[in-house]
Design a protein around this ligand. Structure first.
Ligand code: G
Ligand code: G
Ligand code: MN
Length: 540
């Protein structure tokens, strides 16, 4: 809280006391003014004008009502009760003092009205800083007003109540009706929690709640049940509100603001894991770590921290036929694997930058590899998310055509992600195929609807997931499954790659089952550019 705010708060606190003192003083000052005007000779002289101070004071203290009352009192004590001339004792005429009283009243009313207006504006501003503009519900400033120091405490529980489907509710209802629903929710929350609970609106989709330490387990159960059982209406339409709740509970002293942040993280965790509520745990900070990593990713691209390793794919005569490009990130001296950052990037448009970078780099490296082995093919992995950006696809197709690599490049798509938008995927794969770039269905067998993928998508190869490959020597069922996949693929004129071939025995079984290509640690781990160059040279 800044200094000005503290000062204002003190002033407001003192305002009441000040008001009382000034009111009493005003009452005492009327007789003083009376005596003063009397002593200076009555209303014939200008000294009576000192009474305006009291009229304006009345207006200042009680608005137009105060101004009016002060004006009438002043009008009376300086009217029928006050001689025109105290030495002669001559009284004022009725018209004289009535007119003056009217004039006083005008001053009292107008200055009082002005003060009322200023106060109303002031209160409005004060309200707006402590309440949400659209819902009128108390906000964080409201909380901070009653808890300005935010000292670490041990005896409280913080809770975040989050509406996960807020965007769709806004689209459905419009802002106005949405905030009415939010108000209903607020009332319900207030009603179902102990009276001492502080509830504030943290943002458009979140309430923050501070509770004294209680049996949060039974409370959490009851509370989420109450929310679930309530039907909310927006514009008379029944609504489904999808809630997640996060708690921050702990014996260490923490400021409530820190607790609210922890409760937010817990609520996010609840949402991502489809849980009703989650109690914050230090491990949840990993979410924060991931977000931090996402922030670093654009710089990683610029600073050349991303690099590619290549893993060879061999035919059954053990000739190297292809190199699969696998991305890595040199992050603070530690090599991160794609699982540690690609899923993050896939949630944003960064994945497009990464794929564009990857393609350029692979083409550059291909120039070197193809000098050693002209027949070598390359494979890159692309994300479903990439297909959502027609510009990226256009640019990729452009780049591929310009570098004339279309017949040496294949793209691998993971089956599980293909399902997100089948028709889009199909048309883009068609576009790639049209220029000569074939596609591989990656991790085949682990996703869903595999068979319709095989039927509908223009792919040339399927890659059997390493889960199957690795267990083929151990389980007869897996072996039969792999055999069926291979037969099915061959029936559809597709080639089969087995990924994860770690042992000679696996290789031999795969060969017996009719696999066309193999990839795995038995032949080579993923290698850096330099290692790959040496590997290819040795193989010639
Ligand atoms: O190399 P590793 O086993 O860590 O790879 C794990 C997964 O990451 C693989 O299944 C692969 O499909 C994916 N992957 C590797 N490189 C890339 C890439 O450049 N782009 C995308 N989208 N995925 C990649
Ligand atoms: O899913 P995708 O094919 O894109 O990923 C290939 C990944 O599988 C590579 O990151 C590589 O590290 C890993 N991989 C390749 N060969 C083997 C293997 O023989 N055994 C195991 N466990 N992993 C492998
Ligand atoms: Mn792959």
């Amino acid at each position: 809280m800044d200094k000005r705010e503290t000062l204002l708060k003190k002033l407001l606190e003192q305002q009441r006391g000040l008001r009382r003192v000034l009111t009493v003083s005003a009452f005492l000052l009327f007789p003083v003014v009376y005596l003063f005007v009397y002593a200076t000779g009555g209303t014939q002289h200008a000294y009576l004008h000192i009474v305006y101070v009291l009229i304006v004071l009345g207006a200042f203290l009680y608005g137009f009502k105060g101004g009016l009352i002060a004006a009438v009192v002043a009008g009376i004590i300086l009217g029928p009760l006050m001689p025109l001339n105290t030495t002669t004792g001559e009284m004022q005429t009725i018209e004289n003092w009535l007119f003056r009283m009217l004039f006083f009243a005008l001053i009292g009313l107008s200055s009082g009205g002005l003060f009322d207006y200023v106060y109303a504006q002031f209160n409005k501003v004060m309200f707006q800083t402590t309440h949400h503009v659209e819902s009128g519900l108390p906000n964080y400033n409201h909380y901070m007003k009653s808890n300005p120091e935010d000292k670490p405490k041990t005896n409280v529980v913080a809770m975040t109540l989050q509406i996960n489907n807020y965007e769709s509710l806004i689209i459905l209802l419009g802002r106005h009706a949405y905030y009415k629903v939010l108000k209903d929710l607020f009332d319900l929350v207030k009603k179902s929690l102990p009276e001492s609970a502080i509830v504030i609106q943290a943002d458009s989709r979140r309430f923050w709640i501070e509770l004294s330490k209680i049996d949060h387990h039974s409370m959490a159960q009851d509370f989420s049940k109450t929310l679930e059982e309530q039907t909310f209406f927006g514009e008379n339409v029944p609504l489904y509100l999808d809630f997640s709740i996060g708690y921050s509970i702990g014996d260490e002293a923490k400021t409530t603001t820190d607790r609210f942040n922890e409760a937010d993280i817990a609520a996010l965790h609840a949402k991502n894991n489809a849980l009703k509520y989650v109690v914050f745990h230090d491990a949840h900070k990993e979410d924060q770590l991931l977000l931090q990593r996402l922030g670093e990713l654009p710089l990683a691209i610029k600073n050349d921290e991303l690099f590619i390793v290549y893993q060879p794919v061999l035919d059954m005569k053990e000739n190297v036929v292809q190199l699969e490009a696998l991305i890595r990130w040199m992050h603070h001296g530690e090599v991160l694997s794609p699982d540690q950052f690609i899923p993050l990037a896939e949630e944003t448009r960064l994945i497009d930058q990464i794929t564009a970078w990857l393609l350029d780099k692979v083409i550059e490296d291909y120039r070197v590899f193809s000098k050693i082995q002209p027949s070598i093919k390359m494979a890159i992995n692309i994300s479903q998310r990439n297909l959502f950006d027609p510009h990226l696809i256009e640019n990729m197709i452009d780049t591929i055509k310009k570098s004339n690599i279309q017949h040496q490049l294949e793209i691998e798509m993971t089956e599980s992600t293909l399902m997100l938008n089948r028709s889009l995927t199909q048309s883009f794969l068609e576009a790639f195929k049209y220029i000569g770039v074939e596609s591989i269905l990656d991790d085949f067998g682990t996703g869903y609807s595999s068979l319709s993928c095989l039927r509908d998508l223009p792919v040339k190869k399927v890659k059997i997931d390493q889960d199957f490959t690795l267990s083929i020597t151990e389980s007869e069922d897996t072996k039969q499954l792999v055999k069926t996949i291979i037969d099915l693929a061959h029936y559809m004129n597709l080639d089969v790659i087995a990924e994860g071939v770690e042992e000679t025995e696996i290789f031999e079984q795969m060969r017996d089952l009719g696999v066309d290509y193999v990839q795995g640690f038995l032949f080579s781990k993923p290698m850096t550019f330099e290692e790959t160059t040496l590997f290819l040279k040795k193989r010639q």
